[in-house]
Design a protein around this ligand. Structure first.
Ligand code: URA
Length: 217
């Protein structure tokens, strides 16, 4: 049997592993150099067959230490938005486009640095594994990095598609703002508008998930 036909290997020739079952394999990832400065890799978290997957950018400082996605202030904002949108936390699997924290030192602090395209592309391997394992009906892409990773293209500017229901690879994709954008908003009006957009995107995701569940009955 040829190498590419080996059922134990994926299309990239890498061993078939499930990051949800084997976080140690993800933690051993050397597909890009980000592992070097991070405490640990942060796999996605949530129910194995959640109908909604939320994809963020990368773990922040708190997530890097905890080993879990969205445990800091951005996660708190998402929890509030989910509850306002009427979406149960148990219907949502949460992950990131890039699984290691990319940062640069500023004094004693580790400041977030946006991942490069090559890092997003390298980490797409793990996102694919999560998409295949969880099989969500709808993916909510939180911000521009997540959108690039989910659609596998740089050619769709977030601002042009925000809040729309797109289709990619047999599932719905709803792009919205990253929660940190609301947290960093310079004024209350912008913060409230961004937050309302996130709630609306989650409401739409919840509706699509319910519709799909209705069709399966
Ligand atoms: N921001 C992200 O994009 N992901 C996290 O897990 C935390 C903050």
């Amino acid at each position: 049997m040829g190498k590419s036909e080996d059922p134990g290997e994926d299309k990239h020739g890498a061993p078939e592993v499930d990051p949800l079952q084997q976080p140690a394999r993800l933690d051993a990832c050397r597909r890009c150099a980000l592992w070097h400065g991070a405490t640990q890799a942060v796999p996605g978290a949530g129910p194995r067959h959640a109908p909604i997957m939320m994809v963020g950018e990368q773990p922040g400082d708190s997530e890097d230490r905890a080993g879990k996605p969205f445990v800091g202030p951005a996660g708190q904002l998402l929890d509030d938005a989910l509850s306002e949108a009427g979406v149960k936390r148990t219907d949502v699997f949460v992950t990131n486009a890039v699984k290691h924290f990319k940062w640069e030192p500023r004094g004693k602090r580790r400041m977030h640095k946006t991942p490069a395209q090559r890092e997003i592309a390298a980490c797409r391997y793990w996102l694919e594994k999560e998409l295949a394992s969880v099989g969500p009906v709808v993916v909510v892409a939180l911000g521009a990095t997540a959108l690039k990773a989910v659609l596998e293209t740089r050619g769709t500017p977030l601002r042009e598609v925000i809040g729309q229901v797109l289709e990619h690879d047999g599932r719905y994709v709803i792009p919205t703002w990253h929660p940190s954008f609301a947290l960093r908003a310079p004024d209350r009006t912008t913060r409230e508008r961004v937050y309302a957009d996130i709630v609306q995107a989650l409401q739409a995701a919840g509706q699509l998930a319910r519709d799909a569940a209705g069709h399966r009955r």
